[in-house]
Every structure is written in structure tokens, then in C-alpha cells.
Design a protein around this ligand. Structure first.
Ligand code: FE
Ligand code: FE
Ligand code: ZN
Length: 295
């Protein structure tokens, strides 16, 4: 059997005039065989009708390059907070947005939507976890799509929920729709949350015991600007941070992670996108010292 290529991409923007077609073109130009995008601005919930987003043109180009739709991931806006029990009206808006977002994701034929679980805003963690699970159930029950929501592992900034595998597992096990819930592991976030991200075998063992490896559907591959357990969440370019190239390379090529798509969310270098270079190095294993200077 032919060995499938490792799926490696990055966050890609989707903008006028070419929208999804433009995102696909950009990803291809960076040597990616998958990518992640927001259906609109990440910091707000204003969205254009899907009919204006050149979805079919984008999908046709993907097919031309033998890239399946499942290599693509949508990220929900980070202002969505299903744990907001302080302002119920805000939580209601988040719920109705998420319902629509699931339909939008389905319109792209993308199977997965990644979501930050939420922030407890001073409430008890247990209550926040319940609120998230209930919110997810409400959203999934009213959706006709079969999109799976990936809960992202978080750095534990402020009152973020999901900075431990236990919390992610607790959300999933509190839901009535566990078949529609899975997980996205962010290397910067687990490092900032205090995990020994460099001991990948132990990480995967613990992930498997608490959440189940079959629920690991995507990896966000980022270096971190801060030391382990800093609870900061500031992404760094590959090789420039506290995680380092060698460990990130091992995530890409680890035998248990070969089938999991991986997406970079590393910062631009000035005006320049770093992804083509980062992906080339992560595929080949050949790290170029001070590679930013060569962009
Ligand atoms: Fe995220
Ligand atoms: Fe992430
Ligand atoms: Zn982050």
C-alpha cells in the first residue's frame, strides 16, 4: 500500500475577492496539503452568505491536487464562550452563532470545527464544564450536519477551561453527543499549561488514558514564546521558542500521529508568511539556523 503523505498546513486567511478559492491557492503556494481557516473574522461573528465564498471553485482546485476535504479544518471565532454564565445573553448569541457555523462548515464539506472550550469567568470550574457540555448538546441537537467539534487543549490563560486533558475529558463525558466531540491538541498550549510536551510518548499515553487517542483529530503545531507552565499562550515560530525544532519535528513524524493533520499557527515574520519555510523544514528534518533571516 502506498504510504499516505503527512498532512501539514497552516492557518490561511479567507478574503475578498476569491474567498475559499483564494485560501486554497495560498495554501498550495506554501506547499501545504491541508489548512485551517476562519469562516470570517476570528474576533467577531459577522459572516457572509456561504453562496458568495467560492466554495465549489476552491473544492475543485483541492480535487485537482488530490487533497481531500478532510485535510481542511475550520476554527470557530475565539470570542465564543459557552461557559459564560455571567451574561446569559452573550451565551445565547454564542449558541446561535455556533449552530449556524456548523451549517457553514458543512457547506465547505469540512468534517471538523475546532473550538476553544470557554472561560469560566470566576465561576466554579465544574459549573463551567457543565455549561459547555450543555451548550454543545444544544448546538449539536439542532444541527442537521454531521460536523464534529474539536475541543482545543488550552494554555490556561485567565480562567480558560480545557488546560488539562481531564477537563477536556470531563466536557466530553458530560455530553449526550460524545460521537460528535473530539479534540485538537495545541503544542504551545500544552507546553504553556505545564505538560512535558517533549516527552511525546508519555503525552500520548496520558491523552489516551484520559480522552482516548481515537478522539485526537488535529494538532496545532506551534513553538512557544514563554517557558513551560507560564499559562501565557503566545505562539512562536518553529525553532525559536521553548519547545524547539527537534520536538516539533517528532510530533510531525511520530508513528502514532502520522494520520493526524497538523496546522501551524505561528506568527508572521514582519509582513512575511513563515509557513512555506517551516513546512519544508518540518517535512525534511533539515533545520536552518536563523531561517527567519532568509525569508
Ligand atoms: Fe485555537
Ligand atoms: Fe491553537
Ligand atoms: Zn494559542
Amino acid at each position: 500500500m502506498e504510504q499516505e503523505e503527512i498532512v501539514l498546513g497552516s492557518h490561511v486567511s479567507m478574503a475578498s475577492p476569491d474567498f475559499y478559492l483564494g485560501s486554497v491557492k495560498t495554501a498550495l503556494s506554501w506547499g501545504e496539503n491541508g489548512f485551517m481557516f476562519y469562516t470570517g473574522a476570528p474576533q467577531n461573528t459577522r459572516r457572509l452568505p456561504v453562496s458568495s465564498l467560492k466554495i465549489e471553485e476552491g473544492r475543485a482546485l483541492l480535487r485537482e491536487h488530490h487533497i481531500p476535504d478532510k485535510n481542511i479544518l475550520v476554527h470557530a471565532p475565539y470570542i465564543i464562550n459557552l461557559a459564560n454564565l455571567v451574561k446569559p445573553s452573550v451565551r445565547e448569541l454564542a449558541l446561535s452563532f455556533l449552530k449556524e457555523e456548523l451549517e457553514r462548515v458543512a457547506a465547505f464539506s469540512v468534517p471538523h470545527l475546532v473550538l476553544h472550550p470557554g472561560s469560566s469567568l470566576g465561576e466554579e470550574k465544574g459549573k463551567a464544564i457543565q455549561a459547555i457540555a450543555e451548550g454543545l448538546d444544544e448546538v449539536l441537537e439542532e444541527s442537521s450536519s454531521s460536523v464534529t467539534i474539536l475541543l482545543e487543549t488550552m494554555a490556561g490563560k485567565g480562567s480558560e477551561v480545557g488546560s488539562s486533558f481531564e477537563e477536556i475529558a470531563a466536557i466530553i463525558s458530560s455530553s449526550r453527543h460524545q460521537d460528535r466531540l473530539a479534540c485538537c491538541l495545541d503544542t504551545c498550549h500544552i507546553h504553556d499549561a505545564g505538560y512535558r510536551e517533549d516527552d511525546i510518548d508519555s503525552i500520548l499515553e496520558e491523552f489516551d488514558a484520559k480522552i482516548g487517542l481515537s478522539r485526537l483529530k488535529a494538532i496545532h503545531l506551534n513553538d512557544s514564546k514563554n517557558p513551560r507552565a507560564s499559562h501565557k499562550d503566545r505562539h512562536e515560530n518553529i525553532g525559536y521558542g521553548g519547545i524547539g525544532f527537534a520536538t516539533l519535528y517528532r510530533y510531525v513524524h511520530h508513528p502514532k500521529l502520522l494520520a493526524i493533520p497538523k496546522y501551524l499557527e505561528t506568527p508572521y515574520v514582519g509582513e512575511k508568511a513563515p509557513y512555506a519555510k517551516e513546512i519544508e523544514m518540518l517535512r525534511s528534518g533539515k533545520y536552518i539556523e536563523n531561517w527567519k533571516d532568509t525569508l
